[in-house]
Design a protein around this ligand. Structure first.
Ligand SMILES: [Zn+2]
Ligand SMILES: [Zn+2]
Length: 387
């Protein structure tokens, strides 16, 4: 742990002093010594670090600044740690921040740490090194619908092929841009004309900026775009809508719907009505290790997720491409919807019975497949929301 933190501190040091401080404080608190670092930079010692950290968190009063701290930390973390260490450090950072700052605004720290951990998990799920492209493959769903699938997350981008070009739902990470184009080349010579982001997370909107350079129009919900603005993410969508929009290309159509909060506050689904196929984004994930992830820092809601899915299930589709996991039938999504409802009921009941946070966490692990990531991101928000 100390070695991992030292690696981060070295990268941070060279890049951005302010972001360095919380990590440096944690490093020192966990027994790192000045000798592990560049001695010339260390003069203030632990006490000075704690003061700096306190100042940083005190300054993080608005969501926007919190988000930019997270973004920078996340970026540095993954530049510094080319292996699974990053996730571990993110966990440590949460514990460390809470230890270091007993009197500081804990809600703020939890939000920052949660968003950091999520950013980390997205990266760690897909890469064993510094940002490298995912291994992609192409899954045929219909004659004109293909999924560009990446092995590790396993995340999905859905492509509708037309004679005038491609409508693509979600464009993965920035580093996956070339890979997406290469995969689509196998089935069409036409360019991508529209990218629809199902939400703001960078495993769904990461290639936006590169797409826009190729004159691709990016569409998202108003709220997803607002989250991207707040998070200072590149490639802001060119077009937004509040509840419903339609995109026409080459005589074909994609219907876009916003039904409410769930995974974030800005998730949309995309229906290809002629094919009766739905691309659900992360409102539906399918498979082991892919339990509900409620991103409270991104406006998500465990409570409202079920009614949002009820809205989605009014649409006419037979097959659904989840944000992550294997393509499924409508029936699998109905089961998922029911599971979100019972998750809500169970947590609410346990809180009524005065069960501890640990007991709720154990239940979520056992009955709903929550893993460390899900608990770190979602448990506190879930407990607060289901009270
Ligand atoms: Zn997501
Ligand atoms: Zn995702």
């Amino acid at each position: 742990m100390v070695a991992a933190l030292a690696a981060i501190v070295r990268v941070l040091d060279a890049r951005e002093f302010e972001i360095l401080l919380p990590v440096r404080a944690l490093f020192l608190q966990r027994g790192g010594t000045v000798a592990d670092l560049d001695p010339a930079r260390e003069s203030g010692g632990v006490d000075a670090s704690v003061v700096h950290v306190a100042q940083i968190f005190a300054a993080c009063d608005g969501a926007a600044s919190e988000r930019s701290v997270v973004d920078r930390l996340g970026e540095c973390l993954f530049a510094a740690l080319p292996d699974a260490g990053a996730n571990e450090v993110a966990h440590e950072f949460i514990l460390g921040a809470a230890d270091i700052l007993p009197r500081m605004r804990k809600g703020s720290i939890v939000r920052i740490a949660g968003a950091l951990l999520l950013a980390g998990a997205l990266w760690m799920a897909r890469t064993q090194g510094p940002p490298t492209p995912s291994k992609l493959d192409l899954v045929k769903v219909k004659d004109d619908i293909y999924v560009v699938h990446n092995e590790l997350v396993p995340g999905n981008s859905t492509a509708l092929i037309t004679n005038d070009g491609v409508i693509l739902v979600d464009d993965k990470f920035d580093v996956d841009y070339d890979g997406i184009l290469a995969q689509l080349k196998k089935v069409t010579s036409k360019p991508i004309k529209y990218v629809i982001n199902t939400h703001h997370h960078s495993d769904h909107s990461g290639s936006n900026a590169k797409m826009q350079k190729m004159d691709v129009q990016i569409v998202a919900s108003e709220k997803a775009r607002a989250n991207m603005v707040e998070g200072n993410l590149p490639g802001l969508p060119n077009m937004v809508f509040d509840h419903h929009a339609e995109v026409y290309l080459g005589g074909k159509k994609a219907e876009l719907y916003y039904f409410g909060r769930g995974h974030t506050n800005g998730d949309i689904v995309v229906l290809f009505p002629a094919e009766r196929v739905l691309a659900s984004g992360d409102l539906f994930t399918n498979g082991k290790g892919l339990a509900e992830l409620i991103d409270y820092s991104g406006g998500g809601s465990g409570k409202e997720w079920t009614t949002t899915l009820d809205g989605v299930l009014t649409l006419p589709f037979d097959q659904v491409v989840p944000g992550h996991g294997a393509v499924a039938t409508r029936a699998v999504m109905v089961k998922w919807r029911d599971s979100t409802a019972s998750l809500h009921t169970r947590v609410h009941q346990m809180i009524g019975q005065k069960k501890s946070k640990e007991e709720v966490a154990a239940m979520l692990r056992k009955d709903f497949g929550f893993e460390d990531l899900h608990l770190s991101i979602s448990l506190d928000g879930l407990m607060a929301e289901m009270r």
